[in-house]
Write a protein that binds this ligand. Sequence first.
Ligand SMILES: O=C1O[C@H](COP(=O)(O)O)[C@@H](O)[C@H](O)[C@H]1O
Length: 229
Amino acid sequence: MARLHEFADMAALTAALAERVAWRLRDDLAQHEQVVLAVSGGKSPVPLFDALSAQSLVWSRVAVTLADERWVPPDHPDSNEALVRTHLLKDRAATALMVPFWNGDAVPETAAPALSRVLDALPHPFSEVILGMGEDGHIASLFPGAPELAAGLSTRASALAVNPTLAPHARLSLSLHALLNTRDIVLLITGEAKRRVYERALGQGSEEELPVRAILRQNGVPVSVFWAP
Ligand SMILES: O=C1O[C@H](COP(=O)(O)O)[C@@H](O)[C@H](O)[C@H]1O
């Protein structure tokens, strides 16, 4: 069951969420030599990344990886890796280890098995997975209508290639199985349109229609929904 945290604005949400993620990382660092934070790309997490990078913790023992990547090189404006390097791996967090998805292959299909092996070698469960959500209900790059969605929801492999029918770029995404191999999930959503999608996802319907349901309906990992208008 997901717990909803509502905020008056993005500034309040960002401050509270940065404190919370930093607390979780510190708590896990007290017990583990290395901890893993998996983050989404897109526009929503930018203020959070900026705030998180100012948090004091032993960032050199934090591995930062992605929930998904658009299959573009890191110098492309749509690269999630570039977003993380620019907004999160700076300031106090500059010493964190980036575990990127992009390897230069022409298509993500050939990169997925090697990335799965890299991800599987990281400490599990991850400390935190921070997800965004599209207005179509996608999480990571598990898109409704994508030919690979059923596999993404069922495979035991950690990463898979996805070719969304409507969104730009081929993708490499964590599978649902990998997204749930974590101690905690945050779903960060902003605006009225995404709030309506979230409310709809709580009702009846399939995970194929709104993939976000796959994390909202499971009971194994706590999910906190952070929302601001
Ligand atoms: O394409 C993507 O979209 C989602 C949502 O992005 P936003 O810009 O609406 O916040 C994001 O979570 C995902 O990582 C990204 O690849």
